[in-house]
Design a protein around this ligand. Sequence first.
Ligand SMILES: [Zn+2]
Length: 567
Amino acid sequence: MKFALVLLTCTMTTVCFSQSRTTADLIITNAKIWTVDPARPTAEAVAVAGDRIIAVGSKADIETLRGPNTNLIDAGGKLLLPGFNDAHVHFVEGGRQLDSVQLNDATSTAEFVRRVEEQVKKTPKGEWVLGGDWDETKWTPAQLPTKELIDPFTPDTPLFISRYDGHMSLANSVALRLAGITAQTPDPPGGVIVRDSQGNPTGALKDAAEELVQKVIPPLTSEQRLRAIHRALDYAASFGVTSVQQMANADDDSDSFADIKAYGELLQHGELTTRIYVTAGISDWEQEAKIGVRHAFGSSYLRIGALKGFADGSLGSRTAYFFDPYSDDPKNLGILGAGMLPLLKMQDWVTRADAAGLQVCIHAIGDHAISDVLDIYWSAMRVNRGAEHRFRIEHAQHMAAKDFDRFSQLDVIASVQPYQAIDDGRWAEARIGHDRASRTYAFRTFLNHGVHLAFGTEWDVAPLNPLLTVYAAVTRATLDGKHPEGWFPEQKLTVAEAVQAYTMGSAYAEFQEKEKGSITPGKLADMVLLSDDIFSIDPAKIREVKVLKTFVGGKLTWYQAHYHASL
Ligand SMILES: [Zn+2]
């Protein structure tokens, strides 16, 4: 048996160990292992040498690989899964947010104002107050905030706080002045300056209009950036997130390159504890193409070579772009992103980036925006025949019935964030009506059409905790408690399908399905040990499940006791 295992190791791994190497550095035994590998779906123990899994099997099988220096971990019968791979995060913003004002769960305007005031008091004079993630739908009445709420206590402090979906922000008067926004400023293409009845800006800025302020905010210092990344790495480890895919914030996002530089520095010092795939803005495709970078270029901890573009806005900000008007706003179809005006602009970026071997990921939420992006992908495929594209649509939230087939024929990856289904599910139907809502976050329909699903969260916009996402996909129970049996329950997934999308699905979405995504000999030893068996507990309890241990490349990056001690 021992001999057989060694042979197996040598035939199945990409890094082939010498025949004489028969001992493991790490064995996790007495575990309930869900491997996400159809060749062996369950097991009791796993052996690791270096940063790779070398064997998976029964306790007795794996025991034969134990040597005098093997670190043996008894999992106490708990569930061990491949590490979670979050296919859509804003990692640096997430790290920043952990230190900034938290407005998402404010339930009234008064609470919103109180928290902002507290943050302003903590902020050195002249420094910007940022972050926020406010959500006015949680207030009564659900009214957009205005600068008048903030101005009385910010005479010298510029403030620009974002709505939770990132498609709208509130500026105070100091910030509007610095950005030069007045009643005379026209709406930029792809954006809206919200105005009062006299035509004066209220401080709320939508989509491309946000950039008017963003461009006057000083960039992060490299020290601030590194500090944010460190915070984010620790936070990811505490949730069993072993890989993340970072999405650029705009078609043109110079922060992506500054982030890559910072990650590179951490990699060199051995301080990256989460594997990262970083996208740049699509309009910057040539910067990567000209030095020969292709998709998934790099090492196991840091890869680049993907690009992110924006087709439209969001449902919450009524800027997601639909074929038919919003049900509660009959003149409004939403708006296309600036990079889609005209469509040929995006088509040109995509076609050329794809020809250079770079991977393209485009944010599209409304059914019309999704349809347009599918058209663009189709035309790029006709030009760049034979290439492996793995085009992605980020969010793919509201599908036109006619587009599921096309999605699958073009083999486009649906990079989706199930938590948003239980969050937006509170109010989405009022905004788009029953028929369109029935094809919203349509995970089951995607799977029925053979579409590749990748799971993510869009942290810092939504919580990073993967158990909340699995809970959302499995229960579709909206956060307001109004759909305990599930909002459009026919779209629920099983726990196994949700875990698959969060591990192998996300690995596929970054061209890494041979390297990670399952507990398989030869793959990177990225694993997470959970407090409860999510396959057998009441699905409603999945959101309470805790992470006990996180392993990245066979190294323990987090364990529960340590976390409590450090709080
Ligand atoms: Zn995003």
